[in-house]
Design a protein around this ligand. Sequence first.
Ligand code: GLC
Length: 483
Amino acid sequence: MKKVLFVTSEAVPFIKTGGLADVTGSLPKYFDKKKYDVRIMIPKYLCIEEKLTADLENLGNFSISLGWREQYVGVFHKVVEGVTYYFIDNEYYFDGDQPYNRIYEDVEKFAFFSKAAIAAMKFIDFQADIIHCHDWQTGMVPVFLKYFYGEDPFYQKMKTVFTIHNLKFQGRWKLNEVKDITGLPAKFFMPDQLESYGEANYLKGGIVYSDMVTTVSKSYAQEITTPEGGEGLDGLLRAKSDHLYGIVNGIDYDEYDPVTDQRIGTHFDKMNVVKMKPANKAGLQEELGLPKEEDAFLIGIVSRMTVQKGMDLIAYVMDELLGDKKIQFAVLGTGEERFENMFRHFAWKYERQMGVCLQYSEDLAHRIYAGADAFLMPSMFEPCGLSQLMSMRYGTVPMVRETGGLRDTVCPYNEYEQTGNGFSFANYNAHEMLHMIRYAKDTYVNHRNEWNGIVKRAMECDFSWNASARDYETLYEELLKMQ
Ligand code: GLC
């Protein structure tokens, strides 16, 4: 039995700000339990809902040094659906009403978390064969492991994997301050180490010091080795490309299941989706105050409102799009104020066509996945993307830009061969997007049988974790063979 520890700044069901939490909180369930014991370690943020932390078991505490500071580390634990979660406690670092705050606070917080996570393994006697780190917040784990724990026999054989969920966020801060916070010697801050464009860079630390680097789709793994997609680190990633793998994310098929989902009005499967979806659509229209028009083309958006997600393309052509009175939108999400205001504006201007909810709601998200006809995701870049997978699971046709994981999971409709599970466009251009949406709507309105074929093919795809968890197992096996 091999032991693996996921070290991550967020994981469902405890704390989530984005797709990272869905992945780290669901993937461990899908490993072969006879071969792998995969556990998860996260911070015990004070903002985790109390009902979720009320019954944590306290495993004790100890202290670590972080530079010149001496810090308390508490360790708690809880088993959820057969998976063990460990929580690192320190109220000084993990207070506040959200996991991330200002960058200069976060660099110290996650230096602490990374070092505490390593030290905690010995404290609880969980000697992992592999430490699997996720995103910049845990980029210092492989660095600390090497420098502070490299001589300790308990840690010596441990291998590290670092998964990039989003290369854009790198955890960059002043060299001198990071030197002071971490207590690492000057040689770690050379240009071939943590230094990047005059700053210390945690993500770079993870890439340089881990034994293997992965990201969340094959296309993104390739894109990040180019100047366009490399966010300044493409040279390094090209150099590392022998140890850089793309494994596409899955979604939790128990959590997202139109046959059993408690959050949706009417259950369905791929045999009766065409018959049953209208009830979910009508329910969604009603919930969002839209006229219950069966023949309107209802487009869902569930997204962080940021540039990455293509919000400026949407802003650009909304008036043109909504000139067509048979197009409706169901929008859910929060993010940058200018995009929230954009949706507020269009909701006011086109109140019979725009149902907008600028909040975070798992419940409404499921009802949009189940009730909309199509789902719009015109991302500028997208490491993997999970919403398009959730939509397809509910027979909602994705309309995406061909980038990263969107390109790998959505195969565009071909009307001559009757293939494809969605619609797509290539260039980051608002009118290309508009053209795609009009083509999709035309297919929906004038070629309903063909449309229903797309729906069926989308539902027949398998985006559960089954395939990808096997890929991670293969990678772990290779890693364990490495000297
Ligand atoms: C980030 C990426 C997204 C990916 C998710 C989980 O949120 O932006 O594309 O699906 O991480 O890996």
